[in-house]
Design a binder for this molecule. Sequence first.
Ligand code: GLC
Length: 501
Amino acid sequence: MTWWRDAVVYQIYPRSFRDSDGDGVGDLEGVRSQLDYLVWLGVDTLWLSPIYPSPMRDFGYDVADYTDVDQLFGSLEQFDQLVYDAHAKGLRILLDWVPNHTSDEHPWFSQSRASRDNQRRSWYVWRDAREDGSPPNNWVSAWKGESAWTWEGDTEQYYLHCFLESQPDLNWANVDVREAMHDTLRFWLDRGVDGFRMDVVHLLGKDLDVDDPDDLRALSHVPLNDVPVTHQYLRGIRSVLDEYGGERLSVGEVYLLDPHRVAAYYGDGDELHLSFNFASLYTPWDSLAWRQLIATTEAAMNGVGAWPTWVMSNHDNVRVATRLGGDGRRVRAAMTLLLTLRGTPFIYAGEELGLPDAYIPPDRAVDPGGRDGCRSPIPWSPGELHGWPATPWLPFVEGASRFSVETQRGDPTSILNFTRTLLDLRRGDDALRRGDVDDLEASEGLLRFIRRFDGRRVMVLVNFSMAPREVDIVGRLLLSSEAGGRVGRVAPGEAQIVELS
Ligand code: GLC
């Protein structure tokens, strides 16, 4: 049993988590100051969104140096201290590794763009124009729907960027690129990190010879780039992790919405250890839709012996409280699903507070992808600045005091305390962590499944409907998302965990 199958990963977006030095941007010392909170909550693995030096056009996903810390976040020494303290408290640390593209301010790109015969020219993807001067193909980059190619007048070629024009794609077909990127992994592995979340890894291989596709909606380059050679690159990456004894984790961001295609990225147990499965973010709050998603995921992952992951939101998507709406009932039910489905759950910081997206007035908007709302700062306490020493870089959510950690810690009925209880239950229950999924059913708005382990059967029931549902079961209620829950009747919106007799 490898540790990540039992882990609960907590995603920290460092800019928005906790500010220690009063510049309005969260930092590593801020994270370190809250390790006890995270231990109290009951998560065990922290994933930090990028902390590397960066011009921050994509808020750190545009890396200018893979082997240092941006001064905004602190220093390498502070990072080492964070890892040391986290480990001492039983927490693991994952970094966010961005292998598909660098910033245009990375020295590699400065060299690459300098001349056609620079030794780093082929570290990026350069192509001639078509005869009429247009880009080599019709791919569009993320967010703005513009061409994924930018013309460089000096050397008269286009370079490829799946995201911003300031995020040129690395050329993974070049073995020198692969080796240089492997070394960036070793740099952090040597410093003791427990693994990496790997940004858009399904894009590493590029098939530039395919004909122009007709369908060019946002991110339509994704299906184009789900190409076989990526798996070879992933095996190379995996072997670097394996040099460290098999306990260092890779979690890939594979933004393909079909769980069967995602499962392919686990390879033969020799590619990613885990991959995100983002279909949940696009699944409506409906019992039949969730039954279908769980069934498909189970079939896809079991088919190749892969371990699933579950996610309800992250720094790129609308927060779960906003997506589902309502008075917190649905958030509690969603947290119950997240923490009782078979697989490694990922909690996005603030989700444990039921935090919604913030309203961002147009003059405060900063993200080119329009994702500011879900990156609003964590409110730590009531009062004006909510525990921040200065006005943070993005506005707080409305009613931040009510959502704050301090307010919710003191309220036994809060979403925070509910999440903590759920995490505690999960930690002590082999069936919830490791059990098979059986008897998955949905009818009349009620979803249910059994986690079975070693003769024990734990049933999870979620009522997606507005009416109470009677169920003919006998057992002991381990947890309900609503006050007054009882076995045999699931209230509107309620989620229950029942140990069957
Ligand atoms: C991933 C990240 C996102 C980033 C993009 C480009 O999808 O999660 O935040 O903008 O990759 O690096």
